[in-house]
Design a protein around this ligand. Structure first.
Ligand code: SF4
Length: 337
């Protein structure tokens, strides 16, 4: 029997919303999907009129849908934002080179300026070279630290006020679970925040904080958006993989599990007092850091000295052990800013 959309009660229902279980038509799905993101933006005061906003663009489904939706909402609700695409080229052959081709097409499709910053240009190391040194165990630690700083540096080059990323509700719920399982209370506090400040005090936000991954995939599919769907060749991340599988199992039994976990993480943040690290400036590269040297500089020092494990683990202890002098010449050149 043909079902009618429960929202408009007119068109044929073609999908079941993963978030609510409602049977709805395509047009109503677009409307509720976009409107919920609009409400997330407004309720959390993510932007101010005139903000210059860089969309962290990887070519994957999340950032492609984010670029599409932000461009749509900026026009529909007259946010007055100046939007840019900002991509990081980690130097991963067969993965990032292909996904960046998608971002370049998105630039044309959405008519947004694009800036690409690369690890090679900023750090003189590509991820292909780093993996040759460190293997596949700690590669994502290097990649994550460098990407965070590379986004900040790219944003500074674009002179933007704000970076938005495509982290969705599933990503955030997984991170909450991982931080609980690791007992990492400071990270547990930070990971539910919708707005954070990056290394260079540029605001970062997650407009998809309450958006389900399955709905992002559906939106991209029905809108026929151009995105890249291959996994990174160096993706071991077994711990997150287990958290992801566990979350999917919970979602299959109870679709609200994702939002419930986020809500629990937020409640925890209010009730617990955790001593947060004091922010200072890295004496080597000048970026914000919770130590004398930022994590990126310590990791780079290890790579350049042929001691890639130097930055893995307790940074301060290892720094002292290897007599990492704070007055040494900066690894990152002026042009890399
Ligand atoms: Fe980098 Fe790891 Fe992500 Fe690959 S899976 S892009 S190496 S963080």
């Amino acid at each position: 029997m043909v079902k009618t959309c429960v929202i408009c009660d007119a068109a044929r229902a073609v999908l079941k919303r993963p978030k609510t279980g409602q049977q709805i038509c395509k047009e109503c799905f677009y409307h509720v999907f976009e409107t919920e993101i609009h409400h997330t933006i407004i309720d959390n005061h993510l932007f101010s009129r005139g903000d210059k906003v860089a969309i962290g663009a990887s070519g994957g489904k999340d950032s492609t849908v984010l670029a599409h939706v932000l461009k749509t909402l900026n026009g529909r609700y007259n946010y007055g934002l100046d939007l840019f695409l900002l991509s990081v080229d980690e130097g991963i052959t067969g993965y990032r080179d292909d996904s960046l081709e998608t971002v370049k097409r998105n630039q044309q499709q959405y008519d947004l300026p694009l800036k690409i910053v690369s690890y090679e240009e900023l750090y003189h190391w590509t991820m292909d070279e780093i993996v040759k040194e460190v293997g596949l165990k700690n590669n994502c630690t290097f990649c994550g630290v460098f990407r965070r700083q590379a986004l900040d540096r790219g944003a500074a080059m674009l002179d933007v006020d704000h970076i938005v990323t495509g982290h969705n509700a599933d990503d955030i719920a997984e991170t909450i679970l991982m931080n609980i399982l690791r007992g990492d209370t400071p990270r547990l506090q930070r990971c539910t925040e919708i707005v954070t400040t990056g290394e260079s005090l540029i605001r970062r936000s997650k407009p998809f904080k309450y958006t389900y991954e399955k709905e992002i995939v559906m939106y991209a599919y029905f809108k026929k958006l151009d995105y890249f769907s291959t996994e990174c060749t160096y993706s071991p991340n077994a711990y997150r993989g287990y958290a992801r599988t566990f979350l999917k199992d919970l979602e299959a039994i109870r679709p609200t599990a994702i939002l419930d976990i986020i809500q629990s993480g937020e409640a925890f943040q209010i009730k617990t007092e955790v001593k947060m690290p004091v922010q200072q400036t890295c004496v080597r590269c000048g970026y914000m850091s919770s130590n004398e040297l930022c994590k990126a500089c310590v990791l780079l020092e290890g790579l350049n000295r042929g001691l890639p494990k130097l930055g893995i683990g307790k940074t301060e202890r290892l720094r002292k052990q290897h007599n990492l002098q704070v007055s040494e010449k900066p690894v990152i050149t002026e042009t890399a800013w």
